[in-house]
Structure formats: structure tokens, C-alpha cells
Design a protein around this ligand. Structure first.
Ligand code: DGP
Length: 115
């Protein structure tokens, strides 16, 4: 029988995989990254499964506003005034989990341009 592999972030959203959740509403979820690249490193996902920004439709576009708004709320909660929001799209751009997510990174200095 063919094995159906569930998306990791869908499994986190449903609670089947544990994560340190910092915020949830009816459309988004925010949880701490398991391999943090900054003192504060939170991932914000839509509850709806969309593999990448490239896979989004026009109808999905408002979700991006929700994701950024959730990032803003989490940053406020963590008392972050300076932070970076990153979305990797595609393997060569660093995307390793194919469920749209924004990285909220804070608590250290960030260089520019990014690597
Ligand atoms: P990206 O490389 O942009 O697709 O980011 C995926 C992030 O997901 C990466 O920073 C590590 C994080 N991650 C991978 N597996 C898990 C997990 O099981 N739990 C949590 N909390 N984060 C994970």
C-alpha cells in the first residue's frame, strides 16, 4: 500500500507533532523553530496547507497579510522592536519544509545582504 506522508507543519498545526506554540488564531499558527538561528526564532504558518509562495493563488493572498500580522503580534509579545521576517521559496532559496511559513528572527544583529 502506498504510504501517505503528512506535511510536518500540518502535523504541528493539528497537534500530532509537538511544538512550542506561541500564538494561534483561526487562520495562523506561530511556534518556535526547532533549530533556532537567532535568540528568538518563530515560524508563522497558515493553517491551510499551501506548499510554497509560488503555489499560492490570488484567493490565498490575504493569508500573507494574516501571517505578517501574526508576526507583528508575536514580536510585540516577545518585546522585539528590531526583527527580520524571512520567507524562503524553493529548495535553492533555502526552503526545506514545503508548507508556507515566515521566519520571525530577533534578538541579535542581522547583516545585509542576507546569505
Ligand atoms: P525553511 O528552511 O525556510 O523551509 O524553514 C524550515 C524551518 O523549520 C527550519 O528553520 C527548521 C524548522 N523545523 C524543521 N522541522 C521542525 C520541527 O519538527 N519542529 C519545529 N518547531 N521546527 C522545525
Amino acid at each position: 500500500m502506498e504510504e501517505i506522508k503528512e506535511c510536518l507543519f500540518c502535523a504541528i498545526a493539528s497537534g500530532r507533532v509537538k511544538a512550542e506554540v506561541v500564538y494561534r488564531d483561526d487562520e495562523t499558527l506561530a511556534f518556535r523553530d526547532v533549530d533556532p538561528k537567532a535568540p528568538d526564532h518563530v515560524l508563522i504558518i497558515p493553517l491551510k496547507h499551501i506548499a510554497s509562495v509560488s503555489e499560492m493563488s490570488d484567493e490565498d493572498a490575504p493569508l500573507m497579510g494574516k501571517i505578517v500580522n501574526t508576526a507583528r503580534k508575536v514580536a510585540l509579545e516577545l518585546s522585539l522592536e528590531n526583527y527580520r521576517l524571512v520567507i524562503n521559496n524553493g529548495k535553492d532559496a533555502g526552503q526545506s519544509v514545503f508548507h508556507v511559513h515566515a521566519h520571525l528572527l530577533g534578538g541579535r544583529l542581522f547583516g545585509w545582504p542576507p546569505g
